[in-house]
Write a protein that binds this ligand. Structure first.
Ligand SMILES: [Zn+2]
Length: 442
């Protein structure tokens, strides 16, 4: 059978699997998997595993904690190329203000509601059903498809994807990886995310000398020192480098999907001095950003404070080092003459990374084309948040792409939801991507 015939067969079969796909997504949502004190994260992984096991697909579980079992499912261990599907089954706590049961998985007007619907039990359900569809039809793939459904992503991934990289690398090692985090961007369609920035959290401490508030010149005021430094930092943009996708490239893609002129769209997005969500998003994705998050200092109005602390969040572009942000602050401290009284500490940091030369990358282009065919307008983009993609790229799977069902704006919100139609379409994109990336024997 020709590749194109296999593709059509698989697309038809995914339509037949719709009920099973919806049920799997609902079953996963009904397992609360945010509380480390319960078995939720493990049970959600087993829920996915069972769907595959009943078909005869090999599964195994890598436990990283009494309540976390990471699933690794493998189909057709051939010598050809390997593609890895990665997704997380843990979720963030439900929070307040829901109009439905966050773990009820209620369906209303074609939408499934619940914590994890988009982030990302829906995406994992699509991956499992794409694998199931290919397996049901015994599509003669030339390579191997691996599914790794992990926990702990929302807490940085040490016991999830990172654990699997450390303990089961041979089983998940692949030529390319596809992470099913939600990547719908509203009217612009779907985003094939080829990289992400890195968060760098820094703590600045200024040290002064205490004195009575009635004779301030007898002391050295740590709070005013901090104010001087923070004001100075805001006079300059943090050091930046060219982003993996430029502002011009993003606007050109949006313009194409709206059938309009890039120049016209750019002047529309960036009109006036006030930022809007779109202009802020584009600037945020293409430059290094700085947020002054907290400031604390002093003990009482009548005491000259000897200590002040501020916490800053930088988001650095792929290719930048966290230390560059420390140097940036130090230079401003020197300019203000307070470098001797100022300590800068990296609290937590990750480097960003991206798929090199993404417009030529076999996986990125395959996902892009399949998405364009099945869902419509599709653009290359960067994820604004952190995903396990940075871990897989760093471990050696440079070709790691983030693409999955649902709107990314619905993640972590109340009344989180996903459209059943999106689940079906993205399952088809995953199946077509696998067939085209691995190839099919004649
Ligand atoms: Zn997520």
């Amino acid at each position: 059978m020709k590749v194109i015939d296999w593709e059509q067969k698989v697309i038809n079969h995914i339509d037949e699997l719709q009920d099973e796909l919806v049920r799997l997504c609902q079953d996963m949502i009904r397992i609360p998997s945010w509380d480390r004190e319960t078995r939720g994260e493990a049970e959600a992984a087993h829920c996915v595993g069972k769907t595959l096991e009943k078909r005869g697909i090999d599964t195994e579980y890598v436990s990283s904690h009494p309540n976390i079992d990471n699933l690794i499912a493998t189909w057709k261990a051939n010598n050809g190329k390997h593609i890895l599907f990665n997704g997380h089954v843990d979720v963030v706590p439900p929070g307040e203000d829901w109009t439905v049961d966050p773990f009820g998985a209620e369906i209303r007007d074609g939408l499934i509601y619940g914590r994890g619907a988009v982030d990302m039990k829906g995406g994992v359900a699509c991956q499992a059903m794409a694998m199931s569809a290919l397996h049901d039809l015994e599509v003669p793939l030339k390579g191997t498809l691996i599914l790794n459904a992990v926990g702990d992503e929302e807490r940085q991934g040490k016991l999830g994807t990172m654990w699997c990289i450390d303990k089961a690398w041979k089983k998940i090692k692949a030529n390319a990886a596809l992470i099913a985090e939600p990547s719908g961007i509203g009217r612009f369609g779907y985003a094939v995310n080829i990289g992400e920035k890195g968060p760098v959290w820094l703590k600045i401490t200024t040290k002064g000398e205490k004195a009575h508030g009635s004779i301030p010149s007898a002391g050295k005021n740590a709070v005013t020192m901090m104010i001087k430094l923070l004001e100075s930092l805001q006079t300059e943009n943090p050091p930046t480098i060219p982003p993996p996708i430029t502002r011009e490239a993003i606007i050109a893609q949006f313009a194409a999907s709206l059938n309009t002129e890039p120049k016209l769209l750019e002047s529309f997005i960036f009109q006036g001095d006030e930022p809007n969500p779109l202009s802020a998003g584009i600037v945020g994705l293409t430059t290094t950003t700085m947020n002054i998050g907290t400031i604390t200092g002093g003990v009482a109005a009548n005491v000259v404070p000897d200590r002040c602390e501020a916490q800053l969040d930088f988001r650095i572009l792929p290719g930048q080092k966290p230390q560059e942000m420390v140097d940036f602050i130090r230079r401003h401290a020197e300019q203000q003459g307070i470098e001797g009284d100022c300590n800068i500490e990296i609290v937590e940091s990750f480097e960003g990374n991206s798929v090199p030369n993404y417009t030529q990358n076999p996986l990125a282009t395959t996902v892009f084309n399949a998405s364009t065919e099945i869902t419509g307008p599709t653009v290359y983009f960067l994820v604004p948040f952190a995903t396990d993609g940075r871990l897989l790229r760093r471990a050696g799977i440079e070709s790691t792409v983030v693409y999955g069902p649902g709107n990314m704006a619905s993640a972590h919100t109340s009344d989180e939801k996903i459209a059943i139609e999106d689940l079906i379409k993205v399952t088809k994109v995953f199946a077509l991507t696998t067939i085209r990336y691995l190839g099919v024997k004649n």
